[in-house]
Design a protein around this ligand. Sequence first.
Ligand code: PA5
Length: 360
Amino acid sequence: MEDWDEVEAVRAVDREDMLGVVASLPEQIEYWLQRREEVEEVARRLRSPIEVLVTGMGGSGAAGDLLEKLFEDEVKVPILVNKDYEPPASVRSGTLLIAISYSGNTEETLSTYLLARRRGAQAVCIASGGQLSLYAQQRGDPCFQVPGGLQPRASIGYQWTPAALLLHELRLLRSDLPTALQETAEVLRRQNEALGPQVPEAQNPAKQLARALQGKVPLIYGCYGPFAAVAKRAKNMFNENSKIQAFGDVFPELNHNTLQGWEGAPSQNASFAILLLRDPEEPPRIHQRVELSKAIFQQYATVHEVWAPDHPSPVVRAFAVAHQLDFVSVYLAILNGVDPTPVPLIQELKRHLGDWNGHA
Ligand code: PA5
């Protein structure tokens, strides 16, 4: 598409306004800041957990990855992430299960919820409705109801924020999360102004990056911890918004395998583009690894760096990069003439699977 600086032309492809939904991320976060009393009330009803298990798939499951990776350095009990039909064996009465399903009807999430509850775990659900909300109601479990009508992957702010605030209210986190969330919303709003569809390509880094990625398979390398979750989410956004293959990886682990993979098949390398997710707060040894690796990668493929803003909070920095890449994935779809919103192959598979009748 050549005229993508024209709003009407963009609307003709982005028929359900995924760009508008991406731009709503700051409001999604503020939605729960305005409902902190509801979260406090739920926290008062819970016993202090010895572990937290976050279960959810796909777009809803990304909230678990971001909880684990953003808080692993400060949370007082382990956060485990589950993306399957069964909870791990450690789950018992001291576990707090946070079950997240935007539709409320994802069978893996329902299954894990039911099995964890049978083992005596406390549970909190996050859903826009569906069977998960009903199960929660029947069992007297708290359920944070999120606004419906969106794609799960585009409602990460609605789904991640109440879970994060709950950990804060349970006094499991050391940092001042509400302040970080307010600052996240402000940074994202500034990004909307810089990266939104109203900004022409010549001044818009997200549009420029989308154009550079056209025809390539993005390989998204997070510099460390929190950016592993961001890389994975970005990979999913390229899969579902742009409808292309993409892969996520993270330092330092990728130095021990992925790095070597560049050497053996040079004729394939032109199909890839590397996105290095960078953080001004990269620990020194990680910084050294990323810089040295970048010089090697540049011998084999185009490398694009996406930097987090300078900010003391990792929540702000990680969400800022995730939001930038949300824009890029949608612009890439638009550039390719693909509507970013529908996910027909995922829906078709769910239709073929039919109803799930386990454990009820
Ligand atoms: O983006 C999608 O549509 C999927 O990844 C879904 O999030 C996934 O299938 C799980 O559905 P839900 O988020 O409704 O639990």
